[in-house]
Ligand binder design. Structure first.
Ligand code: TXA
Ligand code: MG
Length: 540
């Protein structure tokens, strides 16, 4: 078959794509998530040819794409208020809503189900093509079944040239993973596939939203998949992928020992790795990971990788979608290096870390007070004091005895002083913390908690398998710090102004405990502890 190459910014090309689709042909189109392979959703024969082009099992239903909200009414039995709310909040955008279908939707499109998946994409070219076609478009991701989804035109061209009528070039996809799929067709709204719209965004709009167990767990033998797409091995490159759930340090140790494999890793891992590596961006930036994931998986093939060790992402926010895709690419093969689970405990001053630390200790964890270690004589030894004198003046340690107040006054006068102090002390703090951790490990401790206000600044996060942050509103924290440290509001304010904002910690946490007065922190922490114990047990 001769395949037409069309350009998304060309009006005439959009019209041409619309015409081909109206006549029952297939066109690969860009969307903000991934490229889709589109056909007229109301034409059973046209839809059938999608399955053939993708090599996709025909019991796997397709998403129907519309360009305006008003177009969904004829396609469904009814539009419930929850669908209205979701559409208002997230359409156009990377959200797919499952509703009971009307008779207009042929069984080829719905995979024989009595429901239909609907999406109003944000990509202007996608909407323009739907308008030009004048019909809703069924469009699965434009990859051969089982393979990573295409996020650039080059991917689509490589896979589909000669197999479909036309390919529409719209550049790179902004989100990079497929839309979030939520069903409103059975009781409590349930996410069947995580994607560009996060679980917490959905909960903000709908209240209760469940996560389908198949998102994170292999379906048991004979279990029915709510979303048929979840049954299949998916997103897999040719290389064997294994997911390694570990801190950057122990991930790198594991991968370096293996030799021969590739690391599919994060920016923070790169300096620690001695094997060829592809980075998905920062460990703490789920959106960036999502954007890069599929092209990285495809790149592994180009490089001829046989085995790839993927560093398990934090499964929060958009990162949940990244984790879900990697789990499937790995066929649920998750490696957990042996040893204690290391949990970083952090948050802003006055959030109440110490109280949470104490509760974790009572719950059986070994808690290391990194702040106390920071002040210890083991950190401020002779060589350290010499370096400090060089940086801040000999008189900060008259007669070799450190004047802590004077050091603090000079170091905390500005960002440069603070950075300099960190440069000198952080490596020493790190080695002290490591010493205490090793002792704890030797004593058979299963969960080590690093209670550290400067977890990230000191680089201690590199040793953490999980990160827990404690939060409270600023006025609450201010009052707590004033009372605890006997300082004025002005002094407390000044201290706060040198700190990062809450968003910094939230974006870097697997777990967050809300510790404002009256918040049910004990219950929340109990649930976290339960989960941590489960994780730790898998590492024995
Ligand atoms: O971002 C996206 O959603 C992309 C772009 C092209 O829009 N499309 C996409 O389609 O990812 P596809 O076919 O690759 O994935 C659709 C997923 C499958 O897991 C399928 O099983 C599920 O949605 N699905 C579709 N209709 C369903 C239904 N009626 N009930 C349950 N799951 C459904
Ligand atoms: Mg797909």
């Amino acid at each position: 078959m001769k395949t037409l190459f069309l350009k998304a910014h060309n009006r005439h090309d959009i019209e041409r794509a619309g015409e081909i689709l109206r006549q029952g042909g297939l066109v690969a189109i860009p969307t903000e998530t991934v490229y889709g392979l589109a056909a007229n959703a109301l034409n059973g024969a046209a839809v059938k040819s999608i399955y053939a082009a993708k090599g996709r099992p025909s019991d796997n239903p397709l998403i129907v794409h519309v360009s305006r909200f008003s177009q969904i009414a004829p396609l469904v039995k009814e539009v419930p208020p929850a669908a209205q709310k979701l559409a208002e909040a997230f359409w156009p955008g990377p959200l797919t809503i499952i509703l009971e279908k009307s008779d207009l939707i042929p069984p080829e499109t719905s995979g024989g189900l009595d429901t239909v998946a609907l999406r109003l994409p944000a990509h202007p070219a996608a909407r323009a093509v739907i308008e030009a076609a004048g019909v809703p478009l069924a469009a699965p991701s434009a990859n051969p079944s089982g393979r990573p989804s295409p996020t650039s035109f080059a991917h689509v061209r490589a896979d589909l040239t000669g197999k479909v009528e036309a390919l529409l070039d719209g550049g790179d996809c902004q989100v990079g993973v497929e839309s979030t799929v939520i069903t409103l067709a059975e009781g409590v709204p349930r996410v069947l596939r995580p994607g560009g719209v996060t679980l917490s965004q959905l909960r903000e709009v709908l209240g209760e939203v469940e996560l389908d167990p198949a998102v994170l767990h292999r379906l048991g033998e004979g279990m029915r998949a709510a979303s048929p797409g979840m049954k299949y091995k998916h997103y897999a490159p040719k290389a064997r992928v294994a997911l390694v759930d570990a801190s950057p340090e122990s991930y790198a140790r594991y991968v370096n020992e293996k030799k021969g494999g590739w690391a599919l890793c994060f920016e923070e891992d790169l300096p620690l790795l001695q094997v060829p590596a592809l980075s998905l961006g920062s460990r703490y930036d789920g959106a960036e990971q999502a954007r890069r994931l599929f092209s990285a998986l495809l790149e592994l093939d180009e490089k001829g990788a046989q085995t790839a060790y993927a560093h398990s992402p934090m499964g929060v926010g958009v990162g949940l979608a990244v984790y879900n895709r990697l789990l499937r690419a790995a066929g649920f093969d998750v490696i957990r290096p042996k040893g204690p689970l290391v949990v970083g405990l952090t948050g802003l001053s006055g959030a109440g870390k110490s109280m949470i630390g104490a509760a974790l200790k009572a719950g059986g964890c070994s808690v290391i007070d990194c702040d106390a270690l920071t002040r210890s004589a083991r950190v401020y030894d002779e060589s350290c004091i010499k370096e400090l004198q060089k940086a801040f003046g000999a008189d900060i340690a008259p007669g070799g005895v450190l004047d802590r107040k004077e050091l603090a006054r000079r170091a905390f006068a500005g960002p440069q002083g603070r950075a300099k102090l960190g440069e000198i002390t952080f490596p020493r703090i790190l080695s002290q913390v490591r010493r205490v951790m090793e002792a704890a490990e030797g004593a058979g401790v299963k969960i080590i908690v690093l209670d550290a206000p400067t977890l990230f600044e000191a680089g201690l996060d590199s040793a953490c398998d999980r990160i827990l942050t404690v939060s409270a509103p600023e006025d609450v924290r201010l009052a707590r710090v004033m009372e605890r440290d006997h300082i004025t509001e002005e002094q407390a304010q000044q201290r706060f102004s040198a700190q990062r904002d809450e968003g910094f910690y939230k974006a870097r946490a697997d777990y967050e405990i809300d510790n404002r007065p009256g918040a049910p922190w004990e219950k929340a922490l109990g649930a976290v502890l339960q989960e941590l114990k489960g994780e730790a047990a898998k590492r024995l």
